[in-house]
Design a protein around this ligand. Structure first.
Ligand SMILES: [Zn+2]
Length: 313
């Protein structure tokens, strides 16, 4: 089993295990601190905080079984409370992500979607895409896309694993709120591996069904291992990995300049003329990069190319 010391002040981590027969594997995530941190970064509360928490943990579940050097990009585009969620996650437990609240929508609209009687589930209908990329040049990314069938992210992820990766899975995502604050956040993924008998699958399904109050399971400092023990029960299992989770972002001045140089000289000149400078904010971590007039002039001189797409990521 591999373990790693958690950064100070966080209890957020995942624990992975596999049955001794190798037929069932599971991961449980305790992410209360991590989700609180990201929610504060994006200044979200209530149902919007819940949406971000769900998306981030979904990304972590997807990233958890990547190989080293790979990363996962989860892109959810729906008609529900959010028009989009984007999450990048690594198998070493790093994650970043954001949600785009529906235009003209509000946190109140998100609340209706999550807590009210929303016909399509809070995420609505749309598409769920998972892009797996390997660091380094020349590697072909793998992309799997499924429709949002229920508008509930956990259920639609179950569908993703069945459809796109042919792995029978059970997924849970919980963000429990107290007022508008995050009280607890946790997630799990249990998967039947090749060789799993129908009995194995039935037993695990029954145990999951009996875990009726998932929120309770993840409150406070509940150990994700305890959760897995309750799912596996008398099916013996091995602990494979315990890993701390942390938010990260790789935005930098260089990336900002590269993104701005693609905007086009004319737009840069307009920025210079209008505001004697400009600023650009990273969607993932909310960091703002300010460019004064001099920096902008330097950039205009350096670029000189035609218009293009601006992206910071
Ligand atoms: Zn950033």
């Amino acid at each position: 089993m591999s373990t790693e010391a958690a950064p100070a002040g966080t209890t957020s981590r995942w624990i992975k295990c596999i049955s001794t027969q190798g037929t069932v594997r599971g991961i449980a995530i305790q992410a209360t601190d991590l989700v609180r941190e990201l929610v504060a970064l994006h200044k979200l509360e209530g149902a919007s905080a819940r949406g971000l928490g769900e998306a981030v943990m979904a990304g972590l579940l997807l990233g958890s079984y990547c190989k080293e050097g790979e990363r996962v990009n989860l892109n959810v585009q729906g008609t529900g409370a959010f028009s989009q969620a984007l999450v990048d996650a690594y198998p070493d437990g790093r994650v970043r992500g954001y949600v785009v609240e529906r235009k003209g929508g509000s946190q109140a609209a998100a609340r209706v979607a999550f807590e009210g009687d929303f016909p399509d589930g809070p995420w609505g209908s749309g598409l769920l895409s998972v892009l797996r990329t390997k660091d380094g040049e020349g590697e072909r990314p793998y992309i799997g896309t499924v429709p949002l069938v229920t508008g509930h992210l956990a259920k639609d992820l179950t569908f993703y694993w069945a459809q796109s990766e042919q792995v029978p899975s059970s997924v849970g995502l919980v963000v429990d709120l107290e007022g508008d604050s995050v009280k607890a956040a946790g997630a799990f993924l249990i998967q039947a591996m090749p060789g799993a008998s129908p009995t194995d699958v039935r037993i695990i399904d029954e145990h999951i069904a009996q875990t009726h109050d998932l929120a309770m399971e993840f409150e406070g400092a509940t150990d994700p291992l305890q959760f897995l023990s309750r799912i596996f029960r008398d099916m013996s299992f091995l602990l494979v990995e315990e890993r701390p989770l942390r938010s990260y972002c790789n935005c930098s001045w260089e990336r900002v300049e590269r993104a701005l140089s693609l905007v086009g000289v004319q737009e840069l000149r307009a920025m210079l003329a209008e505001d004697r400078g400009g600023s650009i904010q990273c969607d993932f971590c909310s960091k703002t990069y300010h460019l004064d007039a001099l920096a902008l002039e330097r950039l205009i001189e350096k670029s000189g190319g035609g218009p293009g797409n601006s992206t910071l990521h």
